[in-house]
Design a binder for this molecule. Structure first.
Ligand code: SF4
Length: 645
């Protein structure tokens, strides 16, 4: 992979050990009595969804969150009324003996922030809308007019900074990809650079007033953008001698399996880099459901310490821009092909019925195979015999000792028993980091018939896989690589989360021409949906509809979970279409840039529909809004009728 000079100098400044786990040393701050950053454990948190003015409901929800492990509780304060209600909520939680720091979530309303600072331990401000009204205008700023805007922002923001400093309150400067100001968009575009600049402008005002109880976030619904933005932020902070702690999150990640996979990839990629001091997993589910997921992600790093498993190599990827590693095309693997999915069927008999779990359905009356959108590309059969005709698109990888040369069957060698003179159209070779010796890699170099199945061999699997790919680059070997990870002895959710981190994060960095879900303990259905979910979330292979749905909060004016389920039930067959479902306008229009169609709450019982960033229909009554969304999709030619199976 080529690197440009600019990214080289940025990566040089990014003080990350890409090969071994080492947590970034951040400044430690206090949020009430809670320490955050430095050597404090990585904190987990969530946000209430009840109307903040409904104090009883918000308190009940907060208690459920605390009981589920939330170490901070965030509550929206859209206006001064809600900011005042935070006082009653804090008091009620105190009476209930739940001593948790509260965070007021502020968009658009500096006066609410200043009131909230009287009642809660931390204020979250969104630099995209704290002092800016969003009008979606592109403005041509001169340096003078841009500086004048910064002066105006400083005037609006300084009172909150001074109040937080005086009262000992913490603050999160929480940039969101979807709600960058017109000013930032005009100068930097809808980019990670714009996100970072947006936060730095506010950060410099805090520094001017010697206020440092700050944590920063760079959220986006696309894990790729989110990871790049956090890395860029750290590089910029390092360059300016700052080390504020980081709050990690993938925003509008959605629900269920999609939300978990997307969150795990984005948050996990950064945790693997040693970045992150607190995390929030945003799911379109009850807030307490987020906390066990967050706990599982964080606990993987609690005991990891500084593990040194690999010597540093020159970076062969750009941490700030996605570019896929260049690899030879072998079969349908590598080159410009989408990453393939390989499943392990080596234990138990291989029957037509068993292939159902990896996307192939055999129709007896029609005597033909039907393929799902989630049909895997290869199965590993070990030493098992297959005595029926396979679907034409499916390849079989067999142990080399049992390989008999059948059509679309390929031998699998270990690096140790690989015979370079063996005859087969294509050879698959399993290799670990220790196998990548000069002699072994030389035997692969220049060949166009090899696929390497790289196995992670340490607990630091993600960096191991990425490091092995870099080693191949260093040794000028461009064989295609399948990332292999065996994760047994885990509950289903942990399997899905850890597979997403270990296999998804290298894909974000451009490594991997396929993923191989090794191990047999998770069900084939789970392994298959996880594999395709990882590829979808990394946007390396699109095989289903994508939902960008917010977790909802006190600003939500409709039942987001129910609505998301309703929209999903009528659109889940629209492969490749991205639908944004937002409770309110705060992140709505911005995230529409990443969505093809948008469904955004604008008032009680009222929905506004978007085609990308453009409003198409305002104030649609909620009871006919889903039908109107379908009509909109139809009118743009993206609708297909669902196929009955
Ligand atoms: S987009 Fe959703 S979670 Fe975000 S502020 Fe609006 S309603 Fe709340």
């Amino acid at each position: 992979m080529e690197q440009n000079a600019a990214s080289h100098s940025q990566s040089d400044q990014l003080n990350v050990d890409w090969f071994n786990y080492r947590r970034r040393v951040s400044r430690q701050i206090k949020v009430g009595d809670l320490t955050l950053g430095g050597d404090a454990p990585i904190r987990i948190q969530s946000m209430t969804t009840a109307d903040t003015l409904d104090v009883e409901k918000t308190v009940d929800e907060s208690i459920r969150m605390v009981d589920a492990g939330s170490e901070l509780v965030r509550i929206t304060a859209p206006s001064k009324k809600e900011a005042e209600a935070l006082g009653s909520i804090a008091q009620a939680l105190h009476v209930a003996n739940k001593h948790v720091p509260l965070v007021a979530d502020i968009h658009f309303t500096p006066n609410a922030a200043e009131v909230a600072a009287d009642h809660v331990e931390k204020i979250r401000v969104n630099p995209g809308n704290y002092a800016d009204k969003k009008k979606f205008e592109e403005i041509d700023y001169t340096d003078e007019s841009y500086a004048a805007e910064l002066d105006r922002i400083e005037t609006r923001f300084t009172p909150l900074v001074l109040k937080c400093k005086r009262l000992g309150r913490a603050m999160r400067i929480g940039t969101n990809h979807g709600s960058l100001s017109d000013r930032i968009l005009s100068r930097y575009g809808d980019t990670p650079t714009g996100m970072v600049e947006s936060a730095l402008e506010f950060l410099r005002i805090c520094q001017k007033h010697d206020y440092h109880e700050i944590v920063i976030s760079m959220k986006a619904s696309n894990p790729q953008v989110m990871v790049q933005a956090y890395r860029l932020l750290v590089a910029r902070m390092d360059a300016e001698g700052m080390n504020y702690p980081l709050h990690l999150g993938v925003t509008e990640a959605g629900d269920g399996e999609d939300g978990r996979i997307k969150s795990a990839i984005g948050i996990g990629a950064l945790l693997e880099d040693g970045l992150g001091d607190t995390i929030r997993v945003s799911l379109t589910e009850a807030p307490e459901a987020e906390l066990p997921v967050a706990r599982k992600l964080v606990d993987r790093y609690a005991q990891r310490g500084h593990s040194s498993t690999m010597d540093a190599l020159p970076l062969s990827f750009d941490p700030f821009n996605h570019a896929r590693r260049a690899a030879q095309e072998v079969l349908n693997i590598g080159g410009k092909n989408v990453p393939v999915v390989v499943h392990d069927l080596s234990s138990g008999d291989i029957t037509p019925a068993r292939l159902f779990g990896c996307g192939y359905r055999y129709s007896v009356p029609l005597d033909k195979w039907n393929l799902d959108d989630f049909a895997c590309d290869y199965i590993y059969s070990g030493n098992r015999e297959i005595d029926f005709e396979l679907p034409g698109t499916l390849g079989v990888i067999q142990d080399a000792a049992d390989w008999k040369g059948a059509t679309r069957h390929y031998p699998l060698w270990s690096a140790a028993n690989w015979n370079p003179n063996a005859t087969s159209d294509v050879h698959f070779i399993q290799a670990k980091k220790a196998d990548l010796t000069e002699a072994f890699v030389s035997s692969l170099r220049g060949r166009k018939d090899i696929v390497l199945a790289l196995e992670a061999s340490s607990a630091h699997a993600m960096a191991d896989l990425r490091g092995c790919c870099m080693q191949l680059d260093q040794m000028k070997c461009d064989v295609p690589v399948i990332l292999t990870r065996k994760l047994d002895d885990l509950d289903d959710e942990s399997f899905q989360l850890f597979a997403s981190v270990d296999l998804g994060a290298p894909l974000l960095d451009g490594f991997g021409d396929g993923i191989w879900m090794a191990g047999n303990q998770a069900s084939l259905q789970l392994r298959n949906s996880t594999a395709f979910g990882i590829l979808q979330a990394t946007r390396t292979r699109i095989s289903k509809t994508e939902y960008i749905s917010c977790p909802s909060c006190g600003r939500t004016l409709f039942d987001l979970q129910e609505t998301t389920a309703k929209i999903r039930s009528v659109t889940s067959h629209l492969k490749g279409v991205k639908i944004g479902i937002m409770g309110c306008i705060v992140n709505g229009p911005g995230e529409m840039a990443d969505a093809d169609y948008g469904y955004v709450g604008t008032g009680p019982g009222k929905i506004t529909l978007y085609k990308e960033k453009e409003v198409v229909e305002r104030n649609v009554p909620e009871d006919r809004a889903v039908d109107a969304l379908v009509d909109l999709i139809r009118s743009h030619g993206d609708w297909v009728e669902p196929v009955e199976v």
